[in-house]
Ligand binder design. Sequence first.
Ligand code: SMG
Ligand code: MG
Length: 385
Amino acid sequence: MPEAQPPSPLRLDLLGPVAVEHADLRIVELPLRSPFTTSFGTQTVRRALLVECHGDGATGVGECAAGIEPAYSAETVTTARDVLRHHLLPGVLGQPAATVADQLQRVAWVRGHNMARAALEMALLDLAGRISGVSLGAVLGAASDRVGCGVSIGIQPSLDATYALIDGYLAAGYRRIKLKCRPGYDVELARGVRTRFPDALVMLDANSAYRLEDLPVLHQLDAFDLMMLEQPLAHDDLVDHAAVQAQLRTPICLDESVESVADARAAIQLRAGRIVNIKAGRVGGLIPAVAVHDVCRAAGWPVWCGGMLETGVGRAANVALAALPNFTLPGDTSASDRYFEADILTEPFQLQPGGTLAVPTGPGLGVELDPARVAATTQHHERVG
Ligand code: SMG
Ligand code: MG
């Protein structure tokens, strides 16, 4: 007999009806404190699309995870803006619904565009939460009031520069170090870090930079007691990941390859890894993210919350999600000052002793935009509806 599985923690029933009278699409741009280099490129700014939904005298805001270039994902800030403007927002504007789920059902016919859809969902959940006086954490089923944080370190000009950053982040309290890697910047990196930081929780993220032919390199990486190896192979692959996982001691963590609950189920069935990095944007929203969490939990796969260099808006949602019971590993939920000199919130996320962030408890996302910071960083703004 299979063991009885715990019920999903999701509590959408805590939210009342929601109506969106009009919306704003806004693009803000925040310079990163330092360039962020991955196997697919370098980013120097976070350009973020914000969706603001207004109704019942309140405003809900959502942040789209998409970046400037279609490199991590097919979606970009501009594709998401177009899909929101022409397809998603017209499906909900001026059409009150009994629940957020009903509201989202109206645009369920839109295929793909997960990050655009997730931004709308976040705005609706924030709006409904503010109107009902319920925090997003409570709605998603948060099981703790703080979450353990890791930090993601981009590819650096030298190994010494990487070691210096690790030193600083460990001293600040971060619990886990993730290092971006790519072919040629991998084995010496892992060896050097292991030698200098023998007790640290260290993992690598390749962002799909390897192929099956690179198996000998992955075997070499297997010797360094890495906590996990994230997305070594193609963004749309599960079969080759399964072949590699069968040969490695190090757990593979899937990121790009899991865009839906169906993908998570397939990954589990194929044994394409042992861990999933959950990003709500990648899987089409926080509600689907909880569903992925539930599927992984039932299979005994731990999960953790990924990051897309979010401003405080997306970070608030990430932190609420990361408080769910099967988020047992520290996530890429770093403090605002890891990314920006100044965030767009009245109160930025600050790392607490022990390397944690506090889960917001106020209604909705539980954070407030700083109007002056929003004005200073806005590059584009349009009213819809
Ligand atoms: O938000 O701290 C963050 C960044 C975490 O490494 C991170 N994200 O593949 O997991 C990943 C990358 C994707 C973002 S690349 C801009
Ligand atoms: Mg990743």
